[in-house]
Design a protein around this ligand. Sequence first.
Ligand code: ADP
Length: 347
Amino acid sequence: MASTPTGTTEAAAFPTITDETAIVFDGVRKEYPNGTVAVGDLSLSVREHEMLALVGPSGCGKSTTLRMTNRLVEPSAGRILLRGEDITQGDPVALRRRIGYVIQNVGLFPHRTVAQNVATVPGLLGWDKARTRARVGELLELVGLAPDTYAKRYPHELSGGERQRVGVARALATDPPVLLMDEPFGAVDPAGRRRLQTEFRRIQRELGTTVLFVTHDIDEAVRLADRIAVFSFGGHLEQLAEPLTVLAHPASDAVREFIGDGAPVRMLGLAVVQRGDLDGPELVSAPAPAPITVGAPLSVAFEAIAALPGSAMGRVPVADETGAVVGSLTADGILAALRRTADAAVA
Ligand code: ADP
């Protein structure tokens, strides 16, 4: 983990992604006993502290890849290294205790309380009661479930989103260096899913946990991931790149097809307003609407322009971090910014 030099901002104190590899798939293959080759020959590196999304059409080998990482599925060939150590050797049960795993619908133990569920792995590792209780309290706070209210409840007394939070807390109980998640927010309603995604991303940044997650939802991948691996059938890696690059420069027809038609709209959420995109502040007609801020996503700028009354001439003021208005932006400016962002995304 990165050290915390004095005087840095809180954000800078979070562990940052490095070139070190957390997980390496090296020529990995999985052929199921019925002859299905779920993953043909996969080579892929996951960096320390990054959140990497595996996406692609249903049946392309995403879950198989994830489950090989904790040996719920045994690879047929190749090596998988966890921080340099070949995980295909050794005890799979011990391995699973070192790797967090979150799945859709969570799989909480129904007859155990929230606290007991979260304490599962600490219990297996023989932690003493006081340490376990303290850790459970800390984790429930972390995932936004007040321990006084939730610790003694049973899973059936929770909403779907709350159960998913417990699943995340349980997976993080021993602060594993790597967390695997398979459609983690898939069973949560859309509004709750958005909130959970945002909170999970914050927690992941703070803890620096390396996360490999599977989703069929390209929007979820774009919103959460540092990089996206796009698979086609047989676990074939079509593209591995940052979300903006995947959207702006799909590496193949398979990627283009998977992304579908919405790439520019999705990019609006990733690209941000920069000073170079702005016209002069004097062009805003009075009474001036509330300004947006430099660095805001283009989607925020777009919504602000869409909400303007007709008399405002389709132009919003833009302020700097201090609140001083430094320019203005129109819908044409947003489109230019989008093109600029796409051109700048590393192909
Ligand atoms: P994804 O997660 O991308 O939907 P999976 O990894 O689950 O894909 O599956 C990849 C392929 O392997 C599919 O054709 C699926 O039917 C097949 N498959 C998955 N699990 C098994 C299994 N236990 N036995 C045989 N075939 C399987």
